[in-house]
Design a protein. Structure first.
Length: 187
């Protein structure tokens, strides 16, 4: 049984391909018998993944700071709802409760969360899988930039890249469960 943390957009009105992917991810998390850990809101892709996961039988843990309860339309129907004082506390609880992290398409908040997961993994604080779910190449330009960091010596290549890139929901879950042996190779 795994707890899968999903970082994703809190924006509404996104293209259908991103919404469909969020719905598919929620369903797949449920089908794999996993629990969803997420930001606790009903807005954007966050709401889509959570409702889909619950509709297909997954347990959902929402973690939201009290200041965002209204702004992100807290999902009171979470199986477990944790209301924190601060953003930092939210991030820490989401991290602690999760066995793997998947980043769906998102904005600055999503990037902040996934980058922190990567940086602390690089420093050896955890070994949990971190996966970019690269819906329709959404993360391509960021991944190219990461290659520049390695090429120019701003990041060190280690045996395993600290993140993995999945082109489909099923691949993302295979990485999260450690059942896909393929690691992202640095070019
Ligand atoms: P966004 O990707 O900008 O739509 O944001 C996605 C989620 O990330 C929202 O629930 C934001 O509240 C959350 N978020 C934004 N900044 C932070 C942060 N510094 N720490 C934790 N969560 C954040």
């Amino acid at each position: 049984m795994k707890n899968i943390c999903v970082y994703c957009s809190a924006s509404n009105g996104l293209a259908k391909k991103y919404i469909d992917e969020a719905v598919k991810l929620g369903e797949a998390i449920a089908k794999h018998g996993a629990t969803l850990v997420y930001g606790g809101g009903k807005v954007g892709l966050m709401g889509k993944v959570a409702f889909s996961a619950q509709a297909h039988g997954a347990k959902v843990i929402g973690v939201i700071p009290e200041r965002l309860v209204e702004r992100e339309a807290v999902h009171r129907g979470c199986d477990e709802l944790i209301i924190t004082k601060t953003m930092r506390e939210r991030k820490a609880i989401m991290d602690e409760k999760s066995d793997a992290f998947i980043a769906l398409a998102g904005g600055f908040g999503t990037l902040d969360e996934v980058m922190e997961a990567i940086t602390i993994r690089q420093l050896g604080f955890h070994q949990k899988p971190i996966i970019f779910l690269n819906t329709d190449g959404f993360y391509n330009s960021l991944l190219e930039f990461f290659e520049q960091l390695y090429a120019q010596g701003f990041a060190k290549r280690r045996e395993h890249c600290p993140y993995q890139v999945a082109e489909s929901v099923e691949h993302a879950l295979a990485f999260a469960f450690g059942t896909n042996a393929t690691h992202v190779q640095h070019t």
